[in-house]
Write a protein that binds this ligand. Structure first.
Ligand code: 5AD
Ligand code: FES
Length: 352
């Protein structure tokens, strides 16, 4: 292996920081050998902090109605073929109750940007779930709102917030989104969330159209500097009814490579092996864990609506078999020597 690469891997492992140009070089010069080395170090770093524990988050996709029109996304408002739904408060609460009985201690409430769900309605749902299950964490993944709204939801009991930054390159951001959306606004939201006290997650798609080693290097630098508690990355997968339908998918290979790098930037970060990774490649989520991820987010949504939360084509865990996700995942995770734990799975803070 080239000396420069060895030096960069060593620097990353010890300093948890590289220059943007160095991240770019690491992405451009990847090989199986380099990937192996990063993976070994990432797994070692993760093991020191989290042992062989994998945390689960029960994903409740409660509405696929969205006012945004992101070019990559299957539930964008411009997709007239999307079969829209909204769960009732009772359905959401019941889904969380079922999840609790299955051993979930974190619920991720995810939706499109659906203005039906006002602050008052969400406050009511969040406080009811918290009242029923005070030992659980609630994560919101509901897109952009104003700071006062984020604050109300936090005060009602929401603990964490996922808002992918999507890309840290402004020009690239503009190629993925219509002009009413802006990178600055997204970053301001992320800062507001952190200031309020949420444990914040950002993230991006791997292999999204117009992405380059340079934009990925910016993503990595952004993650290093913003220092999120969680980071969601998964391959871009085209959806047949979007403007990006003819673009190629991201790969499991690059996704896993980046999971290892992110683990080394933030050894204690909560890093999911995403459903998109399991969709692009059979066994993709397991490969993600073996590259440094430590979270899986199986779907808890009622089976009747799962196919409708259609972000990209061929999404796994949407058929009849998916009611069994919990036990299916248990087996999958155990088969690679890890263990799903019944725990809120908060980030372990400390000096790493
Ligand atoms: N492929 C992969 N991921 C997607 N997302 C949206 N559309 C796609 C797609 N076609 C991701 C976005 C969003 C998250 C909820 O899902 O990054 O933030
Ligand atoms: Fe969903 Fe296996 S994890 S069916």
């Amino acid at each position: 292996m080239e000396e420069k690469i060895k030096f960069l891997i060593d620097k990353l492992n010890n300093k948890h920081s590289l220059e943007q140009e160095e991240y770019k070089y690491l992405i451009e010069s990847r090989s199986e050998e380099v990937a192996d080395m990063l993976r070994t170090l990432a797994v070692q770093a993760r093991k020191e902090i989290y042992g062989n524990s994998v945390y689960i988050r029960g994903l409740i996709e409660f509405s696929n109605i969205c006012k945004n029109d992101c070019y990559y996304c299957g539930i964008r408002r411009g997709n007239k073929t999307c079969d829209r739904y909204r769960l009732t408060k009772e359905e959401i609460i019941e889904t969380a109750d079922e999840g609790y009985n299955l051993g979930f201690r974190t619920f991720v409430l995810q939706s499109g940007e659906d203005s039906y769900f006002t602050d008052d309605i969400l406050v009511n749902i969040i406080s009811s779930i918290k009242q029923n299950h005070p030992d659980c964490a609630i994560t919101l993944s509901i897109g952009e709102r104003d700071k006062e709204s984020y604050k109300k939801l936090f005060d009602a009991g929401a603990d964490r917030f996922l808002l992918r930054h999507e890309t840290a390159d402004k020009k690239h951001y503009e190629k993925l989104h219509p002009k009413e959306m802006s990178f600055e606004h997204r970053v301001q939201n992320l800062k507001d969330l952190k200031e309020i006290g949420y444990q914040v997650g950002c993230g991006f798609m791997v292999g999204s159209p117009y992405q380059s080693p340079e934009t990925i290097a910016k993503d990595l630098k952004f993650i290093e500097e913003f220092s999120p508690k969680m980071c969601g990355i998964g391959p871009f997968i085209p959806h047949k009814a979007t403007p990006f339908k003819n673009h190629t998918s991201g790969t499991a290979e690059l996704t896993c490579y980046l999971l290892s790098i992110i683990r080394l930037i933030k050894p204690n970060i909560l890093l999911p092996a995403t459903t998109a990774l399991g969709t692009i490649k059979e066994g993709g989520r397991e490969q993600g864990i073996l590259s440094g991820a430590n979270v899986v987010m199986p779907n808890l949504s009622p089976v009747a609506v799962r196919k409708k939360y259609d972000l990209y084509d061929n999404k796994i865990c949407t058929g009849e078999e998916s009611a069994q996700c919990r036990s299916c995942l248990d087996k999958r995770i155990e088969s690679i020597g890890y263990k799903i734990v019944i725990d809120r799975g908060d980030i372990k803070e400390g000096k790493f």
